[in-house]
Write a protein that binds this ligand. Structure first.
Ligand code: THU
Length: 161
């Protein structure tokens, strides 16, 4: 028997004012695009904005449904658009912000498990890690260099071979 250990580090900024200018621009755009969420059931509006390797910017917001499980998260709306509009172009950095209309929006939240799985496969298929910037409408910002670090021991396409 041997023990394995998984650890990763990430950067914590006390506010978006401390970010690199290009990251601050993405954060502001993600906060702004939360307005485009369709979240009448949760009132939890999520906005994601990504910069692609080709310089294009893509955004997504959560899209809910009266049949609750039909709803889709902002991250997967974004990546599905990127896949269609800029097929095979790696995503360099994705900023994710949220506006909780029923509560506070001052601490970062991180992607749900389903989105982690989707993001991890996007990294694999485009052969490039995705940088994540996580934040609310104000307050701390987390920067994670490889999104797949959030999903250790993940199941992926290689397992199906
Ligand atoms: N949601 C996202 O869009 N992204 C996340 O990372 C977490 C959760 C959405 C799903 C649902 O519409 C609402 O937020 C509340 O869970």
């Amino acid at each position: 028997m041997q023990k394995e250990e998984y650890r990763f580090g990430f950067d914590v900024y006390s506010s978006s004012n401390e970010l690199l200018p290009e990251d601050a621009v993405l954060v502001e755009a993600a906060r702004k695009v939360t307005e485009k969420a369709y979240a009448p059931y949760s009132q939890f509006q999520v906005g994601a904005v990504a910069k692609l390797n080709n310089g294009e910017t893509i955004s997504g917001t959560n899209q809910e449904n009266a049949s609750y499980p039909v709803g889709i998260c902002a991250e997967r709306v974004l990546l599905a658009s990127a896949s269609m509009l800029h097929t095979d172009v790696p995503v360099h950095t994705m900023a994710i912000a949220y506006h909780n209309l029923n509560g506070e929006s001052g601490h970062p939240v991180s992607p749900c498990g389903m989105c982690r799985q989707y993001i991890a496969e996007y990294e694999t298929r485009t052969n490039q890690p995705i940088r994540l910037i996580l934040t609310g409408m104000e307050g701390k910002v987390y920067v994670i260099e490889k999104a797949s670090q959030l999903l250790p021991l993940s199941f992926g396409s290689a397992d199906l071979k």
